[in-house]
Design a protein around this ligand. Structure first.
Ligand code: NAD
Length: 301
């Protein structure tokens, strides 16, 4: 049976380390990192995500500012809000919860966020830094996946990594990060010819497809490390729903060497990496030395 990679415990430890750094910079420099979270509309899942983000920011001692706009808000209204947040010295990071209502195009919104406050790491300039090896904000979900992998492997050099999915927020930045870590990286997507064959070669398999239990246990290379990014809500059969990943966990756990569960794997890492990016952004904006949390990362599992 595979080791279960406990992202929830890892994230909890990292939150403690972040809280200690936040307290330090407040005492030494008089700076309180601030995160602005913007929610447009009333999508129930988005409401839960934004609530968790603002709550966890407060729990680590940061200032958090929640801004809500109605579902029929115009693009101009949102851009004006972002403009105000860009100029607000108390706000070091801006997160606009996705997806946005149809009348607002995501590119224009991402474009409006100041690069130094882009704690999601979605701006082309930050994606560019990621690709060419520069310093920039790294998107939270892939950053969290990489932390879990490094806590297990240490050095990832030479590992054959397969990233399934090529979205701008998960698949592409994940592949760029693994390449930086000297992995041999394959990116699979909806046009990939023989996915089981690609899976059979992968020492590290990252699934970010958005289809419940899509990756079959028998596709997985025995002993591989599986990181399941997927969050899919399915009918639990008793009138309730439950969350499952993109990997058929029950089958995969018998083959893999280690695997992240859903929930409790990648999800908690995404939020804690947002806090880490906010802390980093605050330090950069106040010319404070960057946070050093390396020693605080627990081993997983
Ligand atoms: P997306 O819909 O933008 O991208 C899905 C990708 O899957 C596409 O690139 C597509 O080419 C690929 N794909 C589709 N069908 C395929 C097939 N048959 N074979 C191979 N590839 C195929 O999704 P996303 O935003 O990258 O999210 C992926 C999943 O991760 C979703 O379940 C989402 O909810 C979840 N997610 C989780 C977190 C987290 O914090 N855990 C964060 C972001 C996204």
């Amino acid at each position: 049976m595979a080791d279960i990679i406990d992202g929830k415990a890892f994230a909890a430890n990292l939150r403690i380390a972040i809280a200690l750094q936040v307290a330090d910079i407040r005492v030494i420099y008089g700076v309180t990192p601030g995160l602005a979270v913007v929610l447009v509309g009333d999508d129930p899942a988005s409401q839960v995500y934004t609530r968790n983000k603002t709550r966890q920011a407060r729990e680590t001692g940061m200032a958090s500012f929640e801004h809500r706009l109605p579902a029929n808000a115009s693009r101009q209204q949102l851009l004006e809000l972002i403009n105000r947040l860009n100029k607000d010295a108390q706000v070091n990071g801006i997160l606009v919860q996705l997806p946005l209502p149809k009348q607002i195009d995501v590119e224009a919104v991402i474009d409006a966020i100041h690069p130094a406050k882009d704690v999601d790491g979605f701006k082309p300039v930050n994606m560019g830094h990621l690709l060419i090896g520069g310093e920039g904000m790294v998107p939270c979900t892939p950053q969290g996946c990489l932390m879990l992998l490094k806590s297990r492997f240490g050095d990832l050099s030479g590992q054959h990594a397969l990233v399934i999915g090529r979205s701008n927020i998960v698949g592409k930045p994940m592949a760029a990060l693994l390449l930086r870590e000297n992995c041999t990286v394959t990116v699979a997507h909806s046009h990939t010819r023989d996915l089981p064959e690609e899976c059979a070669r992968a020492d590290i398999l990252i699934a970010a497809v958005g289809q419940p239990r899509f990756i079959q246990g028998e596709w997985i290379k025995p002993g591989a490390t599986v990181i399941d990014v997927g969050i899919n809500r399915i009918d639990a059969g008793d009138g309730k729903t439950r969350l499952v990943g993109d990997v058929d966990f029950e089958a995969a756990v018998k083959v893999a060497g280690a695997i992240t569960p859903v929930p409790g794997g990648v999800g908690p890492m995404t939020i804690v990496c947002l806090l880490l990016n906010t802390l980093t952004a605050a330090c950069q904006q106040h010319s404070i030395p960057a946070p050093s949390l390396g020693g605080a990362f627990p081993k997983a599992p």
